[in-house]
Design a binder for this molecule. Structure first.
Ligand SMILES: N[C@@H](CCC(=O)N[C@@H](CS)C(=O)NCC(=O)O)C(=O)O
Length: 219
């Protein structure tokens, strides 16, 4: 399988991470995203008219959209990363896959603005990012109250991988993760997964600081 990839792209990293966690071997085809904007050149636009990466080729199959690619890799190599047969779990996986697009637009947009000087209303992007992080914190907190450490189940699914990178890199866009203890716990759980790989700015769990405490209330 060939991945059109850029090392600093969180969306491409989702695919590299999923492949590493599920033992899928990828051939990486580096894209000159910056400064070359190769993803907007004729060769890549012919593959993905949306002008974005990642793009995955597997024989005759061409896939765009990171969430679809995650589902494809999991279905091929590790179906336990997909939703199981429980209707609520299936719905939650879809909910967070869809939600991950908001993280890309808000936190990802703020990061592009801060790192690559992309034009945009940084205040609005950060405010949308913070609103999304609050939702994520609430969702994970509810899961914690049910004794579950991940977004859709008590095991990681494609939904966690879809949401994780832009959250972990939020500080690159000037958005702090300090107010979100449940998100930080979840991030630790993801970074501690067997087979986890890093990207610049996201490190595997090796620090020994005490875990943040989360009050789960009496209810
Ligand atoms: N919905 C797409 C979005 C991916 C995305 O935003 N990729 C970025 C790189 S991290 C990109 O190619 N952006 C195009 C651009 O900013 O010009 C997906 O999930 O695959």
């Amino acid at each position: 399988m060939k991945l059109y990839d850029y090392i600093l792209s969180p969306s491409c990293y989702k695919v590299r991470l999923m492949a590493a966690l599920t033992g899928v071997k990828l051939e990486l085809r580096p894209v000159d995203f910056h400064p070359g904007a190769e993803h907007r050149g004729p060769e890549l636009l012919a593959l993905n008219p949306a002008g974005s990466i990642p793009i995955l080729e597997d024989g005759d199959l061409l896939l765009t959209e990171s969430s679809a690619i995650l589902v494809y890799l999991a279905a091929q190599a590790a179906p336990e990363w997909l939703a199981g047969s429980k209707p609520e779990e299936a719905a939650r996986v879809q909910q967070w896959l869809s939600f991950s697009g908001r993280l890309t637009a808000s936190l990802g947009g703020a990061r592009l603005h801060e790192m690559l000087l992309r034009p945009g209303d940084i205040g609005a992007l950060q405010a949308q990012g913070i609103a999304a992080l609050r939702e994520l914190e609430a969702g994970l907190f509810e899961q914690a109250q049910r004794g579950k450490r991940f977004l859709a189940a008590d095991r990681p699914t494609v939904a966690d991988i879809a949401c994780f990178p832009y959250v972990a890199l939020a500080p690159d866009g000037g958005v702090s993760l300090d107010p979100y203890p449940t998100i930080r716990l979840w991030s630790r759980a993801v970074r501690a997964l067997e087979g986890f790989i890093e990207m610049p700015g996201i490190h595997r769990l090796h620090e020994l600081k005490p875990e943040p405490t989360v009050e789960t209330g009496d209810a």
